[in-house]
Ligand binder design. Structure first.
Ligand code: AP5
Length: 224
């Protein structure tokens, strides 16, 4: 069977991480989130983390060269040989071009870019209610996907917190950065015939079903 090399695109809080988490279980391929990798570096106090933190806290983008090198390194690991789900990368046209070059050099190709589409007013609701586990990073929503016990992770009992960049003033900047820097990727992948759109306003289970059906079709097309 052919490789499944997927990119998830969408505004902050659209539900990319929620879906990637489910898809990695379905397809047994790694879910590579640049946001998660950066947050881990910040937590570990690495040089990369120290450099990235200032951009992340302000809702801006970490410089392309830092991110491109970090992802190239990750995609070379053996678990990504049969495919991957990229969440939060690429986020600029320059990052997309760098990824294309890396894929070409490795004799691989992107299967599809999936746009999880959600309007801004819904984004604000989702982000303001998001809570994450301090230990595992598992994500909840106070209204749409609440934990069984208030403020405690179902999986390991750790504390649930709000992300630093989920404050309203930072979210506004993240949305602006998305429309200026990341939305142009929709045309970029449309021009390559790789863009697929998903209505992200439906429930997590419905969005998941839609993406799975889409991937099944893509795989059939890729194998003929
Ligand atoms: P990153 O972590 O990638 O943030 P993001 O793209 O803004 O995405 P989020 O993680 O906020 O949202 P999501 O779409 O995964 O939504 P989720 O599933 O959690 O990046 C953070 C920062 O790192 C950036 O600002 C930047 O500084 C830096 N960075 C990262 N990558 C970079 C790159 N490539 N280049 C440069 N800088 C980079 O869902 C949100 C909430 O909604 C949750 O509470 C969830 O429970 C709920 N929810 C999900 N789906 C549904 C649904 N269908 N219905 C109702 N509620 C739902």
């Amino acid at each position: 069977m052919s490789e499944l090399n997927l990119i998830l695109i969408g505004p902050p809080g659209a539900g990319k991480g929620t879906q990637a988490d489910r898809l990695q279980d379905d397809f047994r391929i790694p879910f590579i989130s640049t946001g998660d990798m950066l947050r881990q570096n910040v937590k570990d106090g690495t040089e990369l983390g120290k450099r990235a933190k200032q951009y992340m806290d302000a809702g801006g983008l970490v410089p392309d060269e830092v991110i491109v090198a970090m992802v190239a390194d990750r995609l070379h690991r053996p678990d990504a040989e049969d495919g991957f789900i990229l969440d939060g990368f690429p986020r600029t046209v320059a990052q997309a071009q760098a990824l294309d070059q890396q894929m070409k050099a490795a004799g691989r190709h992107i299967t599809a870019a999936l746009l999880v589409d959600v309007p801004d007013e819904e984004i604000i609701k989702r982000i303001s209610g998001r809570r994450v586990c301090v230990k595992s990073g598992h994500t909840y929503h106070v209204e749409f996907d609440p934990p069984k016990n208030d403020s405690v992770c179902d999986e390991d009992g750790s504390r649930l917190v709000q992300r630093d960049d989920d404050k309203p003033e930072v979210v506004r900047n993240r949305l602006e950065v998305y429309s200026e820097k990341t939305a142009p990727l929709i045309d970029y992948y449309d021009d390559q015939g790789l863009m697929r759109r998903v209505d992200g306003t439906r429930s997590p289970a419905e969005v998941h079903d839609h993406i799975r059906a889409m991937i099944a079709t893509l795989r059939m097309e890729d194998d003929v």
